[in-house]
Design a protein around this ligand. Structure first.
Ligand code: PMP
Ligand code: GLN
Length: 380
């Protein structure tokens, strides 16, 4: 294995999910729902498979899905998107990787925030680029504008932005985004906006897509995923849209990563994107209730809970339990309490930043969360 990939031989999700399985712990580590998406979506995909939609779809994605993504962006975000500027990808993960590979030469720099979703650092390493990670600190997980500015240089090609943010649950405000966007413009960087949790935002907060800010659509690639919105994480269908030249660059990389994917899923997702507003509002409301259920339980168990404004994750500090290392705690938690979680330090370029922080996922059935909460009560 080449040296730059050596830190990335395994993922915390694989490790913690395997540990949860081995120990019979409730898995609140890896973020995936324990119920499937809308029945109509599942039935459509099944019918597409038996109906023979099983060969390579068109390279950029099927026209119906590209049109549905454009329509979705207009309906929810007021964005005007040409379906020709939508590229269907193998999950958001591939969209991110193809974008970074398409935009960065070896030695170029990518600005992001830490903690970050784990694929970011690995993807930047794959491209031979250099990650500049700006801290998001509790309790609000905002950034220091001076630290952000200091992360930019003449080599900055990409700002890899994630809002709503995994793992912290932060939802960036328009003001924060304007600040990030202004720096991207000043340094001539492209913003790769990972907005996979766009529909998982809770009361008092609103998702602001980077591309809706004045002047930003022309330098932003916006990414989302059916896996999140429709609770089908195993289908791995995502998309990216933006200015034609940028999307063309991403397509050039994407076509030699996977070429295409998800033929029978694409038409089903196209139809699901047109589900009524109630589907989307129910999704957020259901998760908000689950957030409260788990957050209250974690607080009762003696952890410090940092309020989650979006996503299906909540970050806690386990220091009040007398714990000095969150990673060590997560390895012991299945034995201690029959619950699995993930340490935030593994999502940090500077692990000290997340030393005693632990992330829990709440995208689980109420009875599962209730059982997890009663098990965690024993930690006190
Ligand atoms: N970005 C973030 C912030 C995520 O949390 C995830 C989910 N694992 C992804 C991207 C990847 O999405 P997908 O499963 O569609 O590749
Ligand atoms: N996005 C999910 C998480 O952060 C799952 C990631 C994965 O398994 N690669 O937990």
């Amino acid at each position: 294995l080449v040296e730059r990939m050596r830190p990335f031989t395994s993922t915390i999700f694989a490790e913690m999910s395997a540990l949860a399985l081995r120990t019979g712990a409730i898995n609140l580590g890896q973020g995936f729902p324990d119920t499937d998406g809308p029945p109509s979506l599942l039935a459509d995909a099944a019918a597409n498979i038996t109906g023979g939609l099983n060969q390579y779809p068109p390279g950029p994605g099927i026209p119906a899905l590209r049109a549905a993504v454009a329509e979705h962006q207009s309906r929810f975000h007021g964005l005007s998107v040409d379906p020709d500027d939508v590229l269907v990808t193998t999950g958001a993960t591939e969209a991110i990787a193809a974008a970074v590979l398409a935009l960065c030469d070896p030695g170029d720099e990518v600005v992001t925030f830490q903690p970050y979703y784990d694929s970011y650092a690995a993807t930047v390493a794959l491209a031979g680029a250099v990650l500049k990670a700006v801290p998001l600190r509790p309790p609000s997980f905002g950034f220091d504008p001076d630290e952000l500015r200091a992360a930019f240089s003449s080599r900055t090609r990409v700002v890899l932005l994630n809002t709503p943010h995994n793992p912290t649950g932060a939802v960036f405000t328009a003001e924060q985004l304007a600040h990030i966007g202004a720096l991207a413009a000043e340094y001539g960087a492209v913003v790769v906006a990972d907005e996979v949790y766009e529909h998982m935002v809770f009361s008092g907060h609103a998702h602001v897509p980077m591309a809706t800010l004045p002047g930003m659509a022309e330098r932003t690639l916006t990414i989302s995923s059916a896996g999140k919105t429709f609770s089908v994480t195993g289908w791995k269908v995502g998309w990216v849209h933006g200015p034609s030249e940028l999307v063309a660059a991403v397509r050039a990389a994407k076509q030699f990563l996977t070429y295409v994917s998800g033929a029978p899923f694409q038409p089903a997702i196209a139809a699901a994107l047109a589900l009524p507003d109630s589907f989307y509002t129910d999704l957020a409301a259901g998760l908000e209730r689950k957030r409260d259920l788990l957050s209250d339980g974690l607080r009762a168990a003696g952890l410090t809970v940092y309020p989650s404004a979006g996503t299906y994750f909540v970050v806690t500090d386990v220091a009040p339990l007398g714990v000095t290392d969150g990673a060590d705690f997560c390895w012991r938690l299945p034995e201690l309490a029959g619950v699995a979680a993930v340490p935030v330090s593994v999502f940090c370029a500077d692990p000290e930043l997340g030393r005693t922080l632990v992330r829990f996922a709440f995208c689980k059935r109420d009875e599962v969360l209730t059982e997890a909460v009663s098990r965690l009560a024993g930690l006190r």
